[in-house]
Design a protein around this ligand. Sequence first.
Ligand SMILES: Nc1ncnc2c1ncn2[C@@H]1O[C@H](COP(=O)(O)OP(=O)(O)OP(=O)(O)O)[C@@H](O)[C@H]1O
Ligand SMILES: [Mg+2]
Length: 434
Amino acid sequence: MRATQTTTIKPRRLVLHCGGQDDVYCDPARFKVLAAGRRWGKTELALAQLLTACMDVNRVGVYRYIAPTQKLARKTLWRRKLKRVLHPTWLLKEPNETNLEVWFKTGSILEVLGADDPDGLRGEGVRGAVLDEYADMAEETWPEAVRPSLADMRGWALFIGTPKSFNHFHTLYERGHDPAHPTWRSWQFKSLDNPLLDADEVEEARRTTDPRTFRQEWEASFEALKGRAYYAFNRTYHVKPVELVNGLPVCISFDFNIHPATAVIGQQHGDEPWVWREAWIEHAGGEATRSAAQAAKDYLAKSGWSGEVRIYGDPAGKAGKTTGPSDHAVLKEVFPGARWCIPSGPPHVKDRVAAVNARCETMDGARHLRVDPSCTHLISDLNQVTFLANGDLDKRTNEMLTHVSDALGYWIHQEFPLVEPTVTFGRVRLEQFL
Ligand SMILES: Nc1ncnc2c1ncn2[C@@H]1O[C@H](COP(=O)(O)OP(=O)(O)OP(=O)(O)O)[C@@H](O)[C@H]1O
Ligand SMILES: [Mg+2]
């Protein structure tokens, strides 16, 4: 049985969980850096820190909540949290839905902002700022926009986020452990430190997430992203002969590149994608997608396949081209009866790569991917594709790489996306705030 005890901060009756929220909240450091796993309660803590500041008559001023984008700030804080806990008796007037501003009777103002508008962050006289998901903001947001705004009021800042390799978030996290910076303090908590988080959710992530992603997202560990993108792929375990099996649909997944044009063809055996063949066409010009689709169709015809076909691929291929029909239109033409499994929006590269790594190996040590030895380009992609320092895939060093593994990634991400955790035991809520 996990502890579910919580700490109540008086006189505001704001309830923070005992898995670290109360420690961070109460610490008097001017600059606090919190690295915590997914669903630990980072944004809830941000809200608590800002609301108590705004309600304090001795600390009247302008306070800011900053998310990587204003859209995100509106969704995660304004709509889902702030609007639900604000009590009309605290407010001078209705919250401003356009500017995302709240005016308190104490005289304080809470501004909800996005780091995607650096000019909106400039200004002065700010008494406190929370930078939520700081690892996803541009490096210059803090030194160029936020730090100067805190200067004249000697304002405080709270940086929170889940790590993203060793970027600027890690630099500030280290500063919080450095005795040469006594006004800084850092903490690191795992998702499971949140006593309200359902342990089954984390177990589920252990079964479905690759080890590196699990450590980063759920244990808030700073993980090097340098080196192989598909680090969990290992020829010894994953390359084995694959045959088509009657009764299971065939999945064909495309990356709409021109040189080379690529696709992977396989089947799903429960939670295991098995890649049977790859299509790899060079110098096909404007007919690249049609050539790759036709090659896949020929493979199937040669094998005598007549069952269900499912089409996966890059959502970006729906736009028409100046020289002919869109990639999606071509696929619909070549596979008229196939089931369409391409989503409307593209997955984030990081999530797509993580989904492939998770099929290679999950945190519990299970392996779920199989690749036929005939797929030589896919195997070299999985071995050779690397990340750039900024977290993108390196598509420059060798322009033939990344395409066929991207094709595999669209299929895998669509069928085996990373687990989105939920908190099922939210017994004590911030609604109890007064
Ligand atoms: N002290 C608390 N009391 C009650 N519920 C809480 C508390 N802290 C967190 N929660 C609940 O836990 C869930 C996760 O909280 P929150 O959204 O703040 O986490 P997060 O770490 O910001 O998550 P994400 O990684 O998705 O950004 C929410 O449902 C929230 O209501
Ligand atoms: Mg959050």
